[in-house]
Ligand binder design. Structure first.
Ligand code: ACO
Length: 325
């Protein structure tokens, strides 16, 4: 028995932040951002929007899309790197908004969170759970340093959700998860946790904001995505040529291009929407995949290879045959 996605939902804020808006704030320009990252605009949460509110919106759409009621959901997993608050977990807020009383937990695996969640949800389905609601939700705009041009141009907000249930079809075919903690320092929010609780000094040092060694993350990201995708294909006995749709984490158009090139997957079979959303971390893979399902590009029976990487540094790939039942 395998697990498949029986319903999906997306939610992005109305607010848009364009490259022109950023030009007015920091020393950057549209040409640099487009050439180096492929990003043209991002969605930014308004004052009343949060990780949980976006996640709940996407989750409600996914439940309906699966033809279910909230009471049919037996487990909620929220993948996020930007939780609602440190305690309690974001799933508590999302579950309350959706009217759920089932178990819930947050999953922290950086931008690889949604693919980690797919694997975790599939495992829970295999263990007998009927319907798992998986949500990737982020408000990166709340942790990005508005004065750091190396990061503030990259990130955006949004959420994607999927309901997973058992299927007689092939569903999730193979997966790979990994984490190299020796690279943890390359992408981090240094303060605000157990190691360095928030103080006036940590705030003065801007250590409550995201810090990233961009070039080194770039280098490792391409390698991680390629190695993980290859291993996953190998586990399923498939080749890159068997993949109808490659859905990489949307961190940088050049990372996507380099990884797809090395895998030998042409751009016509690679899903890219980073130009409109920037890097939305654990929401990026569902945003790219479900937009393509909604507009009819991804069809029943298509082989989909999702690959993410992120803070940790984590990586994750999942190969699945798209099918709603
Ligand atoms: N506008 C203009 N110039 C800039 C900007 C900007 N927004 N940002 C940096 N620069 C400058 C730098 O200061 C540098 O100037 P210098 O040569 O005078 O020192 C120059 O541009 C080149 O900087 P690089 O860092 O070498 O630029 P690079 O081509 O590597 O692009 C980028 C930077 C876009 C951050 C890239 O390294 C990248 O995308 N890295 C991966 C990031 C990533 O994937 N993060 C997500 C991980 S997933 C997660 O869990 C969040």
């Amino acid at each position: 028995m395998s697990a498949t996605i029986t319903g999906y939902g997306l939610a992005v804020p109305e607010g848009r932040l364009t490259n022109a808006d950023l030009e007015a704030r920091v020393d950057t320009n549209d040409a640099w951002i487009v050439e180096r990252t492929g990003i043209r605009e991002r969605r930014i949460a308004g004052p009343d929007e949060t990780t949980a509110s976006l996640g709940a919106l996407a989750g409600a759409i996914a439940i309906k899309d699966a033809g279910l009621q909230p009471a049919d959901i037996d487990l909620l997993i929220v993948a996020t790197a930007t939780p609602e608050q440190p305690i309690p977990h974001t799933g508590a807020f999302v579950g309350e908004t959706l009217g759920l009383r089932c178990g819930s937990f947050d999953l922290g695996a950086g931008c690889a969170g949604f693919v980690y969640g797919l694997v975790a949800a599939a495992g829970m389905v295999a263990a007998g759970t009927r319907n798992v609601l998986l949500i990737g939700a982020e408000t990166l705009s709340r942790v990005v340093d508005p004065e750091d041009r190396g990061t503030c141009v990259l990130f955006g907000d949004g959420a994607g959700a999927a309901v997973l249930a058992a299927t007689d079809r092939r569903g999730i075919l193979a997966w790979d998860l990994g984490c190299d903690g020796s690279a943890a320092h390359l992408l981090e929010i240094p303060a605000g946790g157990s190691r360095r609780p928030t103080t006036i000094d940590t705030i003065a040092a801007r250590d409550h904001y995201l810090k990233m060694a961009g070039q080194e993350v770039f280098r490792r990201a391409v390698r991680a995505v390629v190695d993980s995708a290859r291993l996953t294909l190998e586990r399923a006995g498939m080749e890159p040529s068997d993949v109808n749709w490659f859905v990489p984490h949307q961190a940088n158009a050049r990372i996507i291009e380099a990884a797809a090139n090395r895998l030998g997957i042409p751009s016509e079979r690679t899903l890219v929407n980073i130009d409109r959303y920037g890097n939305t971390s654990s929401a990026s893979i569902p945003l790219a995949l479900f937009e393509a399902v909604a507009d009819g590009r991804v069809r029943e029976g298509d082989i989909v290879l999702a690959s993410g990487f992120g803070a940790g540094m984590t990586w994750a790939s999942a190969l699945l045959e798209w099918g709603r039942q």
